[in-house]
Design a protein around this ligand. Structure first.
Ligand SMILES: Nc1nc2c(ncn2[C@@H]2O[C@H](COP(=O)(O)OP(=O)(O)O)[C@@H](O)[C@H]2O)c(=O)[nH]1
Ligand SMILES: [Mg+2]
Length: 553
């Protein structure tokens, strides 16, 4: 039973790592988890820091319990003289009485001196101090700082506040109760909140002299059952009588062992850290969802954003623009001028060569905005809908970019892809085709002029000038030149147009691919990465809190 108080020393060894975990968790918990739990966590860290500064050679043992349970009498029984005023109907003071056991005269260097206790009592601002020398009584209690605390059930608020304050800072909580009060609801409510503190909670069933031995036993069994219900099955119960001294040596042994092992301080702080971590882990919610946005969500978002961006229309304009450029450079020379009357497809989108400035893509409108907004929302929902609050909201707010920025960046990327391919450099084969077109056109014009001269000569009734004919079909050469030039130019254009259409499609593909890649980059940067950041923080929070729980979370 006595060993139960120090049975978790291995967990206590992990306190520095637990505190590290809690500190790391609190860095991310701010604004993400319940504010009250965050405040509590900070409070635990600060308390641990201050408490550990005083070392663990002294152990603070708080006597807690209802009025008249015998806290003062137990204090006196342990001290061996009446240092505390005991009496039933007495409004106890709101202050705490402290008794600290002086170092053994034969003690070695590692036996704590009164300075350590004084430092702790200064920290707790306890003025009422009583120094105890119990030389000769075994086992020695050197290092024990016993605190007779105001009643747990006091009607005076300041008493209860003092009791809470001491209970919070003590290393070991030694509850004093008796056969009448051990089932007291207020006490068990309090104990239940300290479910992690079994290793630093002990129970004194006082006034055993008023009961038969059998009743004492059954009271102890019943109290243990209640403690187990409170979540403290390991808390030991010692039956004593402060009046007759029965059981006091056992209580002394329990305290002596606790003090000499010097574990209660770290056990207490470890239990507080676990309590704080458990509350924060509870806020964090179940371990659902992954730590990264799935690739398929990122892909889908990019493709939805592409869909909303009007890229399809731009690609069509790129292809049409190329065909149009081809017709004005290698088209049939006699109809080139007519094509120039229609506006260039890319210029209409402000994407033409040398148009610079802001592109105005089709659908750069409320429709586009709504579509891209809903694409972003779909992505955040896909990632966070299984997560508990507040994560869906946190992820949505981290991952929802300024819509104007998102749309402008996407438009800029598309315009950039178009301009990159639309450099104004013409394909080399155009030059060759165009030279042929010039030759064919000149031939046709030459033939026409020749025929016109012949016709004019005939009109003036000039003698016939022999017109040479070709050796193949025996046509007059000027007729060959006119018809052949026109026909060849036209057929060349029909052929070249097919190649230009293929070129236009290829250019549209290049633009589409490049713009899609850029949109994916933009959506990764503005939406996916912020979501990954938030999911990562949630994971870091979880592992930090598990560390703070000492692996017991
Ligand atoms: N019979 C008996 N009476 C006790 C015992 N311990 C305390 N008392 C009495 O219970 C009353 C309240 O004790 P006190 O120490 O003042 O309780 P506190 O209010 O918890 O400090 C006093 O009248 C004590 O004499 C005990 O072990 N046996
Ligand atoms: Mg008292």
């Amino acid at each position: 039973m006595i060993g139960a108080l120090t049975g978790k020393s291995s967990a206590a060894k992990g306190l520095p790592s637990q505190l590290e975990g809690l500190a790391a968790a609190l860095e991310h918990a701010e604004g993400r988890l319940d504010e009250q739990n965050v405040v509590f966590g900070r409070h635990v860290l600060a308390k641990a820091d201050e408490r550990l500064r005083h070392g663990t050679t002294s152990t603070l043992v708080a006597l807690l319990g209802a009025t008249g349970s015998g806290k003062s009498s137990v204090t006196n029984a342990l001290v061996g003289s009446d240092v505390a005023t005991a009496g039933i109907r007495r409004p106890t003071t709101s202050s705490t009485l402290s008794c600290y056991w002086r170092e053994d005269e034969a003690g070695s260097d590692d036996v704590p001196g009164p300075d350590n206790a004084q430092g702790l009592l200064d920290w707790l601002e306890i003025k009422n101090r009583h120094e105890v020398a119990d030389k000769g009584i075994a086992p020695p209690l050197s290092g024990l700082v016993l605190l007779d605390v105001p009643d747990h059930d006091s009607v005076a608020v300041e008493h209860r506040m003092e009791m809470e304050r001491i209970a919070e800072h003590a290393d070991l909580l030694l509850w004093v109760t008796d056969a009448e009060k051990y089932a007291d609801k207020a006490m068990h409510d309090y104990l239940r909140r300290l479910g992690e503190h079994g290793a630093v909670t002990a129970m004194v069933l006082n006034k055993a002299d008023l009961l038969s031995e059998a009743d004492v036993k059954s009271c102890v069994v019943d109290l243990k059952r209640l403690l187990a219900d409170d979540g403290l099955p390991e808390a030991p119960v010692v039956a004593i009588s402060a009046t007759t001294g029965q059981g006091v040596p056992e209580l002394r042994s329990l305290l002596a062992e606790t003090v000499s092992k010097q574990q209660a301080t770290v056990e207490r702080l470890a239990a507080d850290t676990r309590t704080a971590a458990a509350a924060l882990l509870d806020d964090l919610g179940a371990n659902e969802g992954s730590d990264k946005v799935p690739d398929k969500v990122a892909k889908r978002l990019a493709s939805d954003l592409v869909g909303a961006s009007g890229l399809e229309a731009v690609c069509d304009a790129v292809a049409a623009g190329h065909r149009r450029d081809a017709s004005s450079h290698i088209g049939w020379p006699f109809t080139r001028w007519a094509r120039k009357l229609r506006p260039h497809p890319l210029r209409r989108l402000h994407l033409g060569q040398g148009t610079g400035g802001k592109a105005s893509l089709p659908q750069a409108s409320g429709v586009q905005r709504a579509r891209s907004e809903s694409a972003v929302r779909d992505a955040t929902t896909a990632v966070s809908d299984k997560l508990p609050d507040p994560w869906p909201e946190l992820i949505a707010s981290a991952a929802t970019p300024d819509q104007a920025t998102l749309n402008n960046r996407i438009e800029g990327a598309i315009a950039g892809s178009v301009r990159a391919i639309n450099t104004g450099k013409r394909p080399a084969w155009w030059l060759i085709v165009n030279s042929f077109q010039v030759v064919f056109a000149l031939a046709a014009i030459g033939g026409a002029i020749w025929l016109a001269l012949l016709a004019f000569g005939a009109y003036l009734r000039l003698p016939d000038v022999p017109t040479p004919t070709d050796p193949w079909i025996d046509f007059p050469i000027p007729t060959d030149l006119l018809i052949g030039g026109l026909l060849a130019g036209f057929l060349l254009w029909v052929l070249a147009r097919r190649f230009a259409a293929v070129g236009g499609k290829r250019r549209a593909r290049v633009v589409r691919k490049e713009a899609e890649d850029l949109v994916r980059e933009i959506s990764d940067e503005l939406v996916i990465e912020p979501m990954n950041g938030e999911l990562g923080r949630r994971n870091e929070l979880r592992s930090a809190l598990l560390k703070a729980s000492g692996g017991r979370g």
